[in-house]
Design a protein around this ligand. Structure first.
Ligand SMILES: [Zn+2]
Length: 126
């Protein structure tokens, strides 16, 4: 067993992560239940309300994807709490800094690995 990161209250972290996971699951479920989400309605064919709806639908799909990514990360952090590797980087195995853990309780990568992961796959923004 690796020792837990000092100065980090693992009981509080687990409580926070579980609450976050449950909240995120509820939001994902709510989005998934919307029957129009993902239906094959073209956009750009109509202007006016239809276009606005299509855009907001795209936004919802984007929100859903980032929710699922966040959920996976939270679940991974909880799994690391269970197996005693919480606070260690998933990629290199080095300890994640305490300040970083406090800032990002569901972070599973150290700053170095998180930075290089970002550089490999830069976010596309317009
Ligand atoms: Zn690392």
């Amino acid at each position: 067993m690796s020792s837990p990161p000092s100065g980090v209250d693992l009981v509080a972290v687990r409580r926070d992560l579980e609450a976050r996971r449950d909240r995120t699951r509820a939001r994902v479920a709510a989005l998934a239940q919307r029957p129009e989400l993902g239906s094959a309605q073209g956009f750009g064919k109509r202007i006016g309300d239809g276009t606005i709806e299509a855009v907001s639908r795209l936004t919802e799909i984007g929100v859903g994807e980032s929710l699922e990514r966040g959920l996976a990360r939270t679940e991974r952090a909880l799994a690391k709490l269970d197996d005693g590797t919480y606070g260690r980087c998933d990629t290199c195995g080095k300890p994640i800094g305490r300040a970083r853990l406090l800032a990002i309780p569901d972070g599973v990568l150290c700053l170095t690995c998180a930075e290089s992961a970002r550089q490999v796959r830069p976010p596309r923004r317009r």
